[in-house]
Design a protein around this ligand. Structure first.
Ligand code: THU
Length: 133
């Protein structure tokens, strides 16, 4: 899939964001090696702690449905009812979740600021990831 198509799916997913506390809406579209796409949005909670980022929503949907081989994830974020004007890089927790399932040199994270698409490998975003041998 073209990067731009995956970004567009992330923007679609963002419309489902449940974020009444921060007002910041995030969408993610996770593509498997076989071309399947799992979409996710951030889901907040009044107790704050149980909130889930869009990226982890997409990963947990995918993992729970048996997907294991991932190619890339597109992420977009912006305040509710606003256009996307800046990049929304994944938080540290989401990077760690990605590192559990993805190859650090092959898996790519696709970001979009409304103008430009930037692509990073997971290894660039999370060098020296924690892992158990
Ligand atoms: N958020 C994500 O969903 N993904 C990110 O990469 C960064 C932050 C969410 C968490 C929270 O619901 C809101 O954005 C503000 O932090």
């Amino acid at each position: 899939m073209e990067k731009r198509e995956l970004v567009d799916l992330a923007a679609e997913a963002r419309k489902m964001s449940y974020s009444p506390y921060s007002g910041f809406c995030v969408g993610a579209a996770l593509e498997t090696v076989s071309g399947e796409v799992f979409m996710g949005c951030n889901i907040e909670n009044a107790a704050y702690g149980p909130s889930n980022c869009a990226e982890r929503t997409a990963f947990f949907k995918a993992i729970s449905e048996g997907a294991r081989d991932f190619k890339s994830i597109a992420i977009v974020g912006a305040p509710k009812d606003e256009e996307i004007t800046s990049f929304c890089p994944p938080c540290g927790v989401c990077r760690q979740v990605m590192s559990e399932f993805c190859d650090k040199d092959k898996f790519t994270v696709i970001l979009y600021d409304g103008k430009e698409i930037r692509t990073y490998t997971l290894g660039e975003l999370l060098p020296l990831a924690f892992e158990l041998d």
